[in-house]
Write a protein that binds this ligand. Structure first.
Ligand code: NAD
Length: 542
């Protein structure tokens, strides 16, 4: 029997709507929208209230006109799936469905839902018929079939294609449809447009659907809201009318006076811009992987190398890659481009070198971090299969709680495969979805690339760092969270009660700390930190 409720991360069960609930739901939302329209507000439906959609929806709902009066009424439309339905009742209580470190998120959602009453969430697809503007923020995933080989993967377009169909079936012909989802280049013109045009024709509509594309550069974290509202945007439209409409809309809802729009001619150009932007970042991160190995094997500290180079303003965006490159976007976006070249645009030659290699390198860097843990323990005569390892940091980057495709996940999976017992601590994460739900993870959990993963379903996050330290043979610094930067070696070893393996995956330890750990009898190692061997020899020869 299929599950008829949806569970929020807090464990609250929300019964899924039944067929008979739909007409009433639509009537309720229609009344609100009619009232808003009579007050001169534009009706905006945001489809998909995930990480991006919910904050974008709140920003639009917070928009005011020149007289400071709210000018938009937003309906956050979310399909009532077992995985995501709970977001609707949570939003309607004035609460955020995403845990955000940005203090602006919670009050903004609360203000728009409960005070200004410009934001409501609904499961009814029919609300699309009320929209002047539809903003599409549903996911478009890239499923990988092998670890470290992006080329054998494929794009999962089903959710997005279903959205295009549903939109075309319901919207008014003059509604602007703004696709914000990161899509394979060509999607707007070669997939969305023909699909929607056909449905328009079957509805007897002569006009072309007004399609536009403008990708998100959102960074869920401390600047979550600002990274959408107060940041530069690129946009495009399928024709002059759509281009003018999208410009007008974005000028109204974003701070384009300070962060001007870049308007491109065709959607394929703005779609490509997003893919190139993220592939560029994935590439500059990946290229340091080989130099990280070089540094480890030749007495070089890559952290100091990068610091020395970054003094040059032309090289200031060099970033140390840590134990892997995660987040939702960088591991997949290049894949969307490679896939589109063949499957949407119809080319059969292979022009891509850097983009796939970079993704493959970034996806597997965590494996080497696990080797370092194994070797540090082995130097202390503790076999990895008998070791307890504490990983500090679960998220994909510092000071956020987003665990999607984090390097720590690969590190932990490899350690589990080798038989280690693992504990994890992260000040920003209390539920690690990728492990707890590994059996049902959409597009396939990365557990399938490893052996011995069953136990990881029970992996829980430790909240008490002292307690976790008391039961460990190795401490892995995996994420540069602020909480970990100042941890004192003496206190750590006091808590562990014995010298342990210390593995620095992110250039967190300065030389003074490394030296102190070594003096305390710990075995220290780190990604790209070849100079530690020299420090060890110096201490031994004292
Ligand atoms: N999260 C980020 O940091 C980030 C940054 C930049 C760009 N993006 C892009 O933004 C897009 C959305 O990402 P996200 O992180 O918000 O994803 P998400 O998975 O958090 O949210 C997508 C939402 O859409 C809903 N949905 C799916 N099909 C639907 C349908 N037919 N009708 C209504 N709702 C539907 C899902 O249930 C989910 O709630 C992606 O293309 C992503 O690449 C994300």
């Amino acid at each position: 029997m299929s599950q008829n409720f949806s569970v929020s991360p807090e464990g609250v069960e929300y019964p899924l709507p039944k067929k008979e609930d739909y007409p009433e739901e639509f009537e309720k939302i229609k009344k609100l929208a009619d009232a808003a329209r009579s007050e001169g507000k534009e009706i905006v439906v945001v489809m998909g209230v995930g990480f991006v959609g919910v904050v974008m929806a709140a920003i639009v709902a917070d928009t005011v006109d020149e007289d400071g009066k709210p000018s938009k009424f937003v309906i956050g439309m979310q399909r009532p799936s077992v995985r995501s339905y709970w977001k609707i009742p949570v939003i309607n209580k004035g609460e955020s469905p995403v845990k955000a470190e940005d203090p602006e998120v919670d009050p903004m959602i609360k203000r728009c839902v409960l005070e200004k009453k410009t934001f409501v969430a609904s499961f009814s697809y029919e609300v699309l018929s009320l929209a002047d503007v539809v903003v599409v923020d549903v996911q478009c995933d890239y499923a990988k079939n092998d670890l470290g080989n992006v080329r054998t993967g494929h794009v999962e377009m089903t959710a997005l294609e279903e959205s295009f169909e549903t939109i075309a079936q319901h919207i008014q012909p003059e509604a602007l449809v703004l696709i914000e989802t990161t899509v394979p280049p060509g999607t707007t013109e070669h997939i969305a447009f023909p699909m929607m045009k056909k449905i328009f024709q079957s509805r007897g509509l002569e006009s072309d659907p007004l399609l536009a594309h403008s990708y998100e550069r959102v960074m869920p974290g401390r600047e979550y809201v600002a990274s959408i509202r107060d940041f530069w945007r690129v946009c495009s439209g399928i024709n002059d009318k759509a281009r003018e409409r999208v410009k007008k809309f974005l000028n109204e809802v974003l701070s384009t006076d300070k962060f001007p729009l870049t308007v491109l001619d065709r959607p394929i150009e703005s779609e490509t811009t997003k893919i190139v932007e993220n592939s560029y970042r994935a590439t500059i991160l990946a290229f340091l992987d080989e130099w990280s190995l070089f540094a480890e094997r030749n007495g070089v500290d890559l952290i100091k190398v990068i610091k020395a180079i970054k003094v040059r303003p032309t090289h200031s965006n060099m970033i140390f890659p840590g134990p892997g490159i995660g987040g939702y976007c960088l591991p997949k976006d290049g894949g969307l481009g490679i896939w589109a070249y063949k499957h949407i645009l119809g080319f059969d030659d292979d022009i891509f070198k850097f983009t796939p290699s970079s993704i493959d390198i970034n996806d597997t860097r965590g494996l080497h971090a696990a080797e370092l843990v194994r070797d540090a323990l082995s130097n202390m005569n503790v076999p990895i299969a008998a070791a307890k390892v504490l990983v500090l940091g679960a998220s994909y980057r510092e000071d956020v709680g987003d665990t999607r495709y984090s390097g720590s996940e690969i590190l932990i999976r490899k350690l589990a495969e080798m038989g280690a017992e693992i504990q994890v601590h992260d000040p920003y994460v209390d539920h690690w979805w990728e492990f707890a739900n590994q059996e049902v993870y959409p597009s396939g959990s990365r557990s399938r690339f490893f052996q011995n993963q069953n136990k990881l379903t029970e992996l829980t996050l430790q909240t008490d760092l002292q307690k976790a330290l008391a039961q460990t043979d190795a401490v892995v610094f995996a994420v540069r969270h602020e909480d970990y930067l100042d941890l004192e070696p003496d206190k750590i070893v006091q808590s562990t009660g014995k010298p342990v393996g210390v593995i620095d995956c992110f250039g967190i330890l300065d030389d003074e700390k490394i030296k102190r750990y070594l003096e305390l009898g710990c075995e220290v190692t780190g990604l790209g930190r070849g100079h530690i061997q020299r420090m060890k020899d110096q201490i031994k020869n004292k």
